[in-house]
Design a protein around this ligand. Structure first.
Ligand code: UDP
Length: 335
């Protein structure tokens, strides 16, 4: 039976939030987005959008009074690891205090289901590979700490407020929508794949590879890249889980396959047919050698099955999106 209640998506104008919102709409779910547009874009949203911040408790109460919401998907957060090292206060405020505001407003209005954007950063330096959900959690940066703190808060809100949750621990989110309509559009570009594509598009001269002296087959770091459309699907599966069962759950969202920085660059050369000059730089502080998930829990329990997370599709869709952004920005300059 169709669910007539609404889903509130915080941060739905951002990268993963916008893909998930679009998927939910395609599945016939009724969605409303709350976003402060600090990094998100109005153009990424094609459902009702409330522009506002999670620090505004009055607004949260009004949203839960005005709309018949039964589930929240909570993406809104500050997400730049390096920035979190310099400005931890911003991260504890935006990611922890604001999440508490949201949870308290939900509790006050009897809303009992939340899907939370967590991160592989909750684990810190791997003690073993692949990383399963029981792996020790010792974040090495404030960003990861804030995600872990919210996960812990969720555990207690199940006991005290009957609030069920699924925390999805994303590994390396990447790629763009296969129809070219959505993608990563950040003012500060820190992730490997968009940086590689900037070099392919001649926006940057050379890609710096942070370290080629790691204990991996080619000396560069290994990550588990998961396509944003597969991430979106994981949220849909998490919704189904919460429709059936009460509890506090956590899942890795990943493929279980790792790719080195060199493999990513080589694949990008192949796909874009462009030269991608590289230079080896010193290691970036805090980068673990290898981060690869054990994804069997989400596969077995939720039926997760990534369809877009091969490197070719990830880089191919990101490249189409990157070129579109470039053209749009050029058109703005010319106009
Ligand atoms: N990386 C790199 N050059 C860059 C950006 C990233 O060599 O310009 C490396 C980084 O050191 C890491 C991998 O690419 O080993 C993935 O980094 P990203 O920032 O995309 O994701 P992270 O795993 O840090 O969240």
């Amino acid at each position: 039976m169709a669910n007539s209640k609404k889903i509130l998506v915080t941060g739905g104008a951002g990268f993963i939030g916008s893909h998930t919102t679009k998927l939910l709409q395609e599945q016939g779910r009724d969605v409303v987005v709350l976003d402060n547009l600090s990094t998100g874009h109005v153009s990424s949203v094609s459902c009702p959008l409330i522009i506002g911040d999670l620090s505004d408790r009055g607004l949260l109460n009004k949203i839960f009074s005005d709309f018949d919401i039964d589930t929240v998907i909570h993406f809104a957060a500050s997400v730049i690891v390096e920035e979190s090292m310099i400005l931890p206060g911003k991260y504890f405020e935006n990611n922890v205090v604001n999440s508490l505001n949201l949870l308290n407003a939900m509790a006050a209005h009897g809303i009992s289901k939340i899907i939370f954007s967590s991160s592989a950063a909750v684990y810190g330096e791997p003690h073993y590979l692949p990383i399963d959900e029981d792996h020790p959690k010792m974040p090495t940066n404030p960003y990861g700490e804030t995600k872990l703190m919210v996960e812990k808060i969720l555990k207690w809100y199940l006991t005290s407020h009957n609030l069920s949750s699924v925390s999805l621990r994303y590994f390396n989110a990447s790629g763009a929508h296969s129809d070219g309509s959505l993608g990563e559009n950040k003012a500060i570009v820190t992730h490997l794949i968009p940086r590689v594509l900037r070099v392919a598009a001649h926006q940057t001269e050379v890609l710096q590879i942070y370290g080629n002296d790691y204990s991996t087959p080619d000396g560069t770091c290994i990550r588990d890249y998961v396509h944003v459309l597969d991430l979106a699907q994981a949220h849909f599966l998490a919704l189904e889980k919460l429709d059936k069962e009460q509890g506090c759950f956590a899942y890795n969202v990943a493929t279980g396959k790792g790719h080195s920085v060199t493999e990513v660059v080589n694949a990008a050369v192949e796909i874009t047919k462009k030269m991608i000059p590289i230079e080896y730089a010193i290691r970036r502080s805090g980068d673990p050698t290898s981060l690869v998930a054990d994804a069997s829990k989400i596969t077995n329990e939720l039926g997760f099955s990534p369809k877009y997370s091969d490197l070719e599709t990830i880089i191919g869709t990101a490249w189409v999106w990157h070129q579109r952004l470039l053209q749009e920005n050029l058109a703005k300059i010319v106009a």
